[in-house]
Write a protein that binds this ligand. Structure first.
Ligand code: SAM
Ligand code: ZN
Ligand code: ZN
Ligand code: ZN
Length: 400
């Protein structure tokens, strides 16, 4: 039987360390023993690598790096590593170290409780790792999906998607691009704004609360239903329309001062018609600000190369895979618990050609980075986005 790869790495630094047999992820390049496998977070119930999981001796619970309100890197030497993660514990008002540091100091919960060790208490019993993000080229029969097929998947995912949002969107929006996007949008008081692909309308609400007159459009009936429920609960005068951006004939020509579209055009089947329609509904000199997945660093070729897949030590993330840059394609992508969604990959120049064709002048291209505050507060979480830009923003203006 294979040996645990983590045990072998540790053994190199400390020949006394006993290499254990691997029982988990046996078919991978990184088979693991139970001590070095994943544990289940008692807060979110998710399986997380031992190096991103802490133990609270007071509440007797495992909790993960995602659930901890904040975490930090603590510089110490343990075997081949020179730091461990410490995760803030709310009940104790202090940081607790991750399991690797506890094991090093013989303070792992399994050290003090032999019965728990025998029963593998707290361990994730799934034999294999399932990647958190899963993106691949869609099969042939889905390379040209119907609008209904695309819509059905967004409808199915809408509630789960929305559940991950605060007033300011999800963690990604708050830590990576809101701090760049909002100042760019600037003062919106009295402006007529279209939120193109509004989802459940978080941005519509933020803009309307600042005095803009907002219309939100989205392909998904379910998303529009959710957005209307928010509007009913707390009316801000936002109007919602369920439509394909490539066909928004219900919206009048030359009506809007600004169109904003956050993470949408890379999910739109016909981006060229959508941009044409956006140009039509904008006033001359109207502004078009949109954010898309960065086409140069699309996840379709495999994203980050890291072994093991679940490591929380981002130095294990080696480089970002890029390939088939010029190949336009439909991709299936699955994030966490969401259903498989369909997105559309195209090279960066496709967006620029459409902008030029439909009378836009590009003012700026911005590659947002996590804020210093986010990097300080959650160093592990946003480190990767500080190495390779995940999204880009284009700021354009419709010429007269
Ligand atoms: C990644 S979500 C972003 C939603 C929202 N802008 C946000 O940031 O929360 C992409 C959205 O694009 C919508 N969408 C996809 N294709 C569309 C189309 N052809 N016309 C309008 N909306 C579309 C989806 O229904 C989904 O709500
Ligand atoms: Zn091991
Ligand atoms: Zn958790
Ligand atoms: Zn605690």
């Amino acid at each position: 039987m294979a040996a645990c790869r983590y045990c072998r790495i540790i053994h190199e630094a400390d020949p006394e360390y006993r290499v254990k047999k691997a029982h988990w992820d046996l078919k991978s390049d990184f088979p693991r023993c139970s001590w070095h496998w994943q544990f289940l977070c008692d807060d979110c119930k998710r399986a997380v690598s031992f190096n991103g999981m802490a133990w609270c001796p007071k509440t007797k619970r495992y909790y993960c790096i995602r659930c901890a309100p904040t975490h930090k890197k603590v510089k110490r030497s343990l075997w081949v590593w020179d730091y461990y993660y410490a995760l803030w514990c709310n009940p104790c008002k202090q940081y607790h170290p991750a399991l690797d540091w506890l094991e090093y100091n013989k303070k792992h919960p399994w050290h003090s409780d032999v019965r728990a060790r025998r029963a593998l208490k707290g361990l994730n019993r799934n034999k294999y790792l399932k990647p958190w993000v899963f993106i691949k080229w869609a099969p042939k029969n889905l390379q040209y999906p119907t609008q209904q097929e695309i819509q059905k998947r967004w409808d199915e995912g809408a509630e789960i998607w929305d559940a991950g949002y605060t007033k300011y969107g999800d963690a990604y929006r708050r830590n990576i691009f809101n701090p760049t996007l909002f100042p760019l949008i600037g003062n919106v008081k009295g402006k007529k704004i279209l939120d193109a692909g509004c989802g459940a309308g978080y941005l519509c609400r933020l803009l309307a609360a600042k005095g803009a007159q907002v219309i939100g459009v989205d392909l998904s009936r379910k998303f529009i239903e959710l957005a209307r429920q928010y509007e009913k609960k707390k009316p801000l005068g936002i109007k919602y329309l369920c439509a394909d951006l490539a066909r928004i004939s219900k919206l009048s020509t030359g009506f809007f001062d600004m169109v904003i579209s956050v993470y949408v055009l890379c999910d739109v089947r016909n981006h060229d018609n959508a941009i044409k329609e956006i140009a039509r509904v904008l006033k001359p000199n109207g502004r078009f600000i949109f954010l898309i997945e960065h086409p140069c660093f699309s996840w379709g070729a495999g994203g980050w190369s890291h072994v093991p897949l679940d490591s929380h030590r981002t130095e294990d993330w080696l480089f970002f895979k890029v390939d088939n840059y010029f190949k336009r394609r439909t991709e299936e992508c699955q994030w966490g618990q969401l259903p498989v969604l369909l997105t559309f990959y195209r090279p960066l120049s496709d967006y620029f050609h459409s902008l030029k064709k439909h009378g836009f002048f590009v003012l700026d291209l911005i590659e947002p980075r996590p804020t210093q505050r986010s990097l300080r507060r959650r160093p592990r979480e946003w480190n990767a986005e500080n190495r390779v830009p995940p999204v880009l923003i284009i700021d354009a203006v419709r010429q007269k």
